[in-house]
Design a protein around this ligand. Structure first.
Ligand SMILES: Nc1ncnc2c1ncn2[C@@H]1O[C@H](COP(=O)(O)OP(=O)(O)O)[C@@H](O)[C@H]1O
Ligand SMILES: [Mg+2]
Length: 437
């Protein structure tokens, strides 16, 4: 392997034509699996040749291009694993190439390594914003380059693994809470359905009584025997005063029951609506109401829920599905800590959960305050860790706050903080930037 500096080579420019690609563009798959493919972009033919020679010896497949424009053509037909690019080149320079690839989701993941000089700080900063993965300062030798490439490929692998793991975690947690909610919602729907159903039976029975009464009266009328007494008797037999009072009540109650079911189903639909992967304008107050409705069975036995929602709260640009999940996690945790303190069905007063929304400058604040146990010192540093739980096996998974933290801070540029007092309760605060220009 040559330790000769590449810039030394630069001085001895040859007049060779643009070198042919060593690797055919449609090389066999076995080849491309075994050997990482690297695209070298440099206007200096000697640099291209030297890099090609050194990298091929190290087991890389090497493609070369003399400027950004040519590089893009090659990338489109033979996706490389790495791009190693010079900065200054005619037609399309490294800066423009880096920016162009960064904008294209098909190519933005390819690590872009820049060969620059120490004087290039301005360009380096610019290229970092375009997603450049690393800089290697000229003059360098092949060993230094290989180390840089290996580092980048390790980083990429572990980043990818982390992302996959995280997506799986979020999915399992979602499924779990859907399962947990589903049984609560089934219960919530069951109660109104039951009284609608018994009201319908009541209406069925009373209709039979009314029918009998009408028949008696119609017959009496046909036989010309319909007197005041007969009418009175028929009304008494059917217990008309009772029916007159009860039937409208049964109808009214059924209406309420049905509207309760409709409300629940609508909330469930809104809550589970994935909302897509794009951020959208979300009415946070409504999302809180929906979350409270779908989670009602979790809190209603142990706690009163007070919603103190700012009427002038602006809509917030966010991922509705994921923020809904955050609210659910915080609300369920609040209900759990109150249950832990008072029992599932407290004998005396219930606990209190208060959800408050406020505008604060260019953010909205959402507070979840509970009158539960508070967070003990030993747990404070760990509550946001994935899988940390103080709950019994089967009732806690330790993922709620880890996911909430990730969704709020990483995906929304917000913050998730808390204050707590042992025996008195805890308030979690979500701060979300509004982001409306
Ligand atoms: N409102 C709260 N009050 C007291 N402790 C809490 C509260 N919210 C979370 N915690 C603590 O943080 C831990 C982690 O919460 P979380 O990540 O939601 O997982 P899980 O609820 O499954 O235990 C809980 O086990 C509990 O010890
Ligand atoms: Mg939880």
């Amino acid at each position: 392997m040559s330790n000769q500096s590449l810039t030394d080579l630069d001085k001895s420019k040859k007049t060779d034509p643009f070198p042919a690609l060593k690797v055919p563009l449609n090389s066999s798959p076995e080849h491309s699996i075994q050997k990482p493919r690297i695209l070298v972009v440099d206007d200096s033919i000697s640099v291209r040749l030297a890099l090609q020679e050194g990298l091929v010896k190290e087991g890389y497949q090497v493609l070369t291009a003399e400027n950004g424009k040519k590089a893009i053509e090659i990338i489109q037909s033979a996706l490389p694993d790495f791009i190693l690019s010079d900065v200054y080149m005619p037609e399309m320079d490294g800066l423009e190439l880096c920016a162009t690839l960064h904008r294209n989701p098909l190519y933005s993941h390819i690590p872009f390594v820049v060969m620059s000089t120490e004087k290039d700080a301005g360009n380096m900063r610019q290229m970092m914003t375009y997603g450049a993965a690393a800089f290697i300062i000229k003059p360098f030798n092949i060993e230094q380059l290989i180390i840089t490439l290996n580092n980048k490929s390790e980083q990429k692998k572990s980043l990818k693994e982390k992302e996959i793991l995280h997506a799986q975690l979020l999915q399992t947690h979602k499924l779990e809470s859907v399962g947990q909610l589903a049984s609560g919602i089934a219960h919530e729907i069951n109660t109104p359905t039951q009284f609608v159903s018994s009201n319908v039976s009541f209406l069925e029975d009373t209709f039979a009584d009314i029918q009998k009464m009408v028949k008696t009266l119609v017959t009496a009328n046909a036989e010309k025997t319909l007197t005041g007494d007969v009418l009175k008797q028929a009304l008494e037999t059917a217990d008309w005063p009772f029916l007159e009072k009860e039937i409208p009540m049964a109808i009214q109650q059924s209406r309420e029951g049905l509207s309760r079911v409709t409300h629940l189903v609508r909330a469930m639909k809104e809550f589970s609506h994935p909302g897509g992967k794009e951020a959208e304008l979300v009415d946070i107050n409504r999302l809180i109401e929906t979350t409270a409705t779908v989670a009602r069975n979790e809190w209603k036995y142990s706690s009163e829920l007070q919603l103190d929602l700012a009427p002038d709260l602006p809509k917030v640009v966010c991922l509705a599905g994921e923020i809904g999940q955050v609210f659910l996690n915080l609300l369920v945790n609040a209900a759990h800590t109150i249950t832990e303190k008072l029992g599932r069905t407290p004998v005396g007063n219930k606990g209190l959960i208060t959800v408050t929304t406020r505008v604060d400058g260019s953010s909205v604040l959402i507070h979840f305050a509970d009158t539960g146990c508070g967070i003990p010192d030993f747990a404070k540093a760990k509550i946001f860790d994935p899988f940390f739980t103080t709950k019994a096996v089967g009732s806690g998974t330790g993922q709620g706050l880890a996911i909430a933290y990730d969704v709020v801070t990483r995906k929304h540029d917000g913050t998730l903080t808390y204050i707590t007092a042992i025996g008195e309760g805890t308030t979690f605060t979500v701060r979300l930037p509004i982001k409306i220009s």
